[in-house]
Design a protein. Structure first.
Length: 725
């Protein structure tokens, strides 16, 4: 019996040695994927053909978009999975770093979407940003897809050994990334200069590897490949007559340095596949389906060569198959660590995460939690890393605090308020950790200024306080019963206030405040002016679950406020009663389909104790709401209806004709009265309707509206350009 065991043992050992020797003799196949921006999506089509042909890859190298596709393939994503992922993305949101308004901190939502540009302020100087976008959304996209290999530090330990190329922007040299944190490496390799902010790894400031080696075939050979299949979607140099766009000039600038390198690397390929993507730019991500088809077409043209290679490789044993894990839906968080904090409190980050340690969490919810931390606006970058632990994972939240202040600006024009320019300087973490100092001014006929200092206190479950000083010049038109303008009151107002509010949720806040206000009224027709001073206190409840500020597709916006105002002096020595304002305003937005959105709004307002018409009245008319008591009402001129008590209902349907081009139909109805009884018992209902065309542009919406009402003889036309502020 022992002899039999020894015989089988020797036989198994002999077979193992023979298999190992044959495996050593088996040629190794390398796959190299070039950079090319969106053109690199064609790599997926080529991979589909490689798998169909039965080609098993031993090494992968990539640059830029090639590093994304190559890295995902190395992890274990199939071409079919990658195609599904790529086609499902909203690339406009990813590339423009757009995050859902729902993940913006509640105290930041008022300023979100007002600005068309922002410049960093460092050491008292205004600088240009290092990139058009920070690249947070691109990084989050990569990070989530690499979830299963967060713990892998040596990229040769991936199911398929992998490396990618980046450029040290300081020295202008190539950096071969074959270890570290895979999402960092891929993000560095595809950081198109001036488009995405660079990323720092091991003290090196890295950008797109396409600047130095866009087609890293030699790196595949250095890894041990005997045969290299190369897929080149690189951008050729354009002739002068073809340099007719910003994108092409950017392409040309990135291509210059790697032209000679590309020629050399192409000659090293055993099989070279060149998808016909020259008609596509580096930013054509929304044409992913066509690019994948072109990659598949190019792969099939080389199918005879690929099948010859497969037949050659079939004489050798197949390498051991590794079954990767690419889809993780839920994880158990054992511990939470936050890395990179200097001035921002740990409580702020933990509060925005919205979950605690030792609990299960869906990976989709983890992505949203990280976006909420970024949405606090205190960080340039927020990422995360998972480290396996016994019976779970440790979550490392990695933050880079904003190191500079910002100068922001916006522009807006509409037919009601005319043109305006908004300038704002924002300083964070001055005097107190987790604070925001904002100093801004609106330059227009209705000018305004604001200085506010908001502090995340760190008090649980989450409170903040704000000290603010504001001022404005505002014109209030006075209409008679025939809707004829009979006067204009010019108001100058300045006030200081202190507010405390909840900040434990991005969706809603409850707050209270008190302040002092000084006012001056100057009628244009009636001679004289009137000064008065007031003390006020207020309570408010705000909810905002919109997914975006402009053209929201889903969500609720609610304002509920009560303000008591007590006059403490006036220039005419009048004895005026205190006033109390109550207002409830809610808008609900939902979708009938991906293209069709409906909106319903209701506003109820009541002013008690007013003895004369002033800026505390409720005003209806126009399309814009520059103040809380000015209610949009189509079909009537701006602020042409006014009363102490109002009830307004509106409904709208918006259809997206094509990408970012909208048409909207609106109808609204209102009742007004000098008292609640008068409002309820009034038989008069004011009605209006409107039709709009709107186009979303880089500087905000461009809208043209025609409206009419039951008291208008001719249609009213209005134009809006830019974000409202």
């Amino acid at each position: 019996m022992n002899k039999i065991k020894i015989f089988f043992a020797l036989a198994i050992l002999s077979f193992t040695l023979i298999f190992a020797e044959e495996m050593q003799q088996r040629p190794k196949i390398g796959l190299t994927l070039s950079g090319g921006g969106a053109r690199g999506i064609a790599h997926i089509g080529v991979l589909k053909v490689l798998e169909e042909a039965g080609i098993k890859v031993d090494y992968i190298t990539g640059t830029s978009m090639g590093s994304i596709i190559g890295g995902l393939y190395a992890i274990g994503y199939s071409p079919a999975e990658m195609e599904k992922i790529i086609l499902a993305q909203n690339w406009d949101e990813i590339l423009l770093d757009e995050i859902s308004l729902r993940n913006i901190s509640i105290e930041e939502k008022e300023d979100w979407g007002k600005y068309i540009g922002s410049f960093p302020i460092e050491k008292g100087k205004i600088n240009l940003p290092v990139g058009l976008v920070a690249g947070q959304q691109v990084y989050s996209f990569i990070n989530k897809l690499c979830l299963s290999v967060h713990h892998v530090e040596n990229f040769s330990d991936l199911p398929i050994p992998f490396l990618c190329i980046a450029t040290d922007i300081e020295k202008g040299t190539e950096v071969v990334l074959k270890s570290g944190f895979l999402p960092d490496a891929i993000r560095a390799s595809m950081s198109i200069p001036s488009v995405f902010a660079p990323i720092e790894i091991d003290g090196q400031l890295l950008v797109d590897g396409g600047l130095v080696r866009n087609f890293p075939v030699s790196d595949a050979l250095n890894m041990g490949a005997d045969i290299v299949i190369g897929v080149d979607v690189g951008i050729p140099l354009y002739a002068k007559k073809d340099l007719n766009s910003l994108v092409r000039i950017l392409n040309q600038a990135m291509t210059f340095q790697s032209v000679e390198s590309n020629k050399y690397e192409r000659e090293l390929c055993n099989i070279l596949i060149e998808p016909a993507v020259n008609d596509y730019s580096i930013m054509d991500f929304n044409k992913a389906a066509a690019l994948i088809a072109l990659g598949e077409e190019a792969g099939r043209e080389m199918l005879p060569e690929l099948l010859k290679l497969r037949d050659k490789m079939n004489q050798y044993p197949d390498p051991p198959e590794v079954i990767p894990l690419t889809n993780i839906e839920e994880i158990y968080i054992k511990r939470i660590y936050v890395q990179g904090l200097r001035k921002v409190s740990m409580n702020l980050v933990l509060g925005k995460l919205g979950f605690t340690k030792e609990r299960w969490i869906k990976t989709s919810n983890l992505q949203q939690a990280i976006e909420r931390v970024y949405g606090s606006q205190y960080f340039e970058k927020v990422s995360y890393k998972l480290e396996p632990d016994q019976n779970g994972v440790d979550l490392f939240v990695r933050v880079v605090e904003k190191s500079s202040s910002n100068l922001n600006f916006g522009f807006h024009y509409d037919s009601d308020m005319d043109a305006g320019v908004l300038i704002d300087a924002t300083f964070r973490n001055k005097l107190i950790m987790g604070s925001k100092l904002s100093i801004g001014a609106k330059l227009s006929e209705n000018s305004a200024y604001k200085m506010s200092y908001f502090v995340h206190t760190g008090w649980k479950p989450g409170f903040g306080f704000e000290i603010s000083m504001k001022g404005k010049d505002f014109t209030v038109p006075i209409y008679n019963e025939d809707r004829e303008k009979v006067d204009i009151y010019n108001y100058s107002t300045s006030y200081s206030a202190f507010d405390i509010s909840t900040i434990f949720s991005n969706d809603f806040t409850i707050g209270a405040g008190l302040g002092f206000e000084n006012n001056n009224v100057r009628p244009e027709i009636i001679q004289g002016s009137f000064d008065y001073q007031q003390f006020f206190y207020r309570f408010y409840w705000l909810i905002n679950t919109y997914d975006r500020t402009t053209y929201p597709r889903k969500g609720v916006d609610l304002l509920c406020r009560m303000q008591k105002t007590i006059e403490i002096g006036n220039s005419l020595n009048l004895d005026r009663s205190p006033t109390t304002t109550y207002q409830f305003q809610m808008t609900v937005v939902d979708k009938f389909s991906d293209k069709l959105v409906y909106t319903e709004s209701v506003c109820l307002g009541s002013l008690k104790g007013a003895e004369m018409q002033d800026d505390s009245f409720f005003y209806l008319g126009g399309l814009h709401q520059p103040e809380v008591n000015i209610i949009p009402f189509v079909g009537y001129k701006f602020m042409s209806l006014s009363a102490e008590n109002v009830a307004v209902f509106s409904s709208a349907l918006r259809y997206e004709i094509k990408n970012n081009f909208y048409t909207t139909i609106t109808g609204n109805w209102a009742k007004i009265g000098s008292s609640l009884d008068g409002l309820i018992n009034s038989n008069q209902i004011y009605q209006g309707y409107a039709a709009s065309l709107g186009l979303m542009t880089p500087i905000g919406p461009l809208e043209v509206t025609a409206s009419g009402g039951d008291e208008t003889e001719k249609l009213l036309y209005s134009v809006n350009i830019g974000y409202y502020f």
